[in-house]
Design a binder for this molecule. Structure first.
Ligand code: 5GP
Length: 206
């Protein structure tokens, strides 16, 4: 990305277990600092290994509500019973410094901002199948059975939003998915066929 180009938001959404976080981490580590992840605020308790200020700003409901009142969020949503929000000050500071910012947000958050982000990029990652998604959720071992059930139940609702994104990308093979993502982000020649991917999406919804 040229340093003269205006920095953009790069929005990523996906059902849990689609492999979004690993892809985002790799995009960022290959970017030599000109793409960074927006660190959101959430009322969800930290998982083992997560750190305040690195993974999220872990705050109380009262603090979250106060930030809402002060209009401190670009968008916010309730996801699986907890509040999550993109901090306006965080994003503005990066964009002013010409750093592209990845927003890892859910479909509701995207829906709130999609009409105001015309120069930006939105990407929805889909898994090869729902059973593969379930396998990934179980094997990553981050969530209880109850939470996994809740997340799987929500998948079809989330997938219905996918067509609203600029790109629907199938995460089948990590390396080739990563190549597709970097082509999109760096504006390289990439043979993207939305129709093919919408059909993959329809298969998932059947
Ligand atoms: P997790 O609890 O697994 O970290 O995230 C759960 C979901 O919340 C993911 O789909 C993630 O993209 C979404 N999420 C994380 N931060 C934000 C945010 O700031 N806003 C919205 N709308 N969703 C978020």
């Amino acid at each position: 990305m040229s340093s003269r180009a205006k920095a953009r938001l790069i929005i990523f959404s996906a059902p849990s277990g689609a492999g979004k976080s690993s892809l985002i981490q790799e995009v960022i580590s290959q970017s030599s600092g000109n793409i960074q992840l927006s660190i959101s605020a959430t009322t969800r308790p930290p998982r083992t290994g997560e750190e305040h200020g690195r993974d999220y700003f872990f705050i109380s409901d009262e603090e979250f509500n106060e930030l809402k009142k002060q209009n401190s969020f670009v968008e916010h949503a309730n996801v699986y019973g907890y509040q999550y929000g993109t901090l306006r000050s965080f994003v503005d500071e990066k964009i002013e410094n010409n750093i592209n910012v990845i927003l890892d947000i859910d479909v509701q958050g995207f829906d709130l901002i999609r009409n105001s982000i015309k120069d930006d990029i939105s990407i929805f990652i889909i898994p090869p199948s729902i059973s593969e998604l379930e396998k990934r959720l179980v094997s990553r071992g981050l969530d209880s059975d109850e939470v996994i059930k809740k997340r799987l139940k929500n998948v079809k609702t989330e997938l219905k939003y996918a067509e609203l994104y600029d790109y629907i990308i199938l995460n089948d093979q990590f390396e080739s998915t990563l190549n597709e993502l970097t082509s999109i982000i760096y504006n390289e020649n990439f043979n993207y066929n939305k129709e093919t991917n919408v059909n993959l999406l329809k298969d998932l919804l059947d």
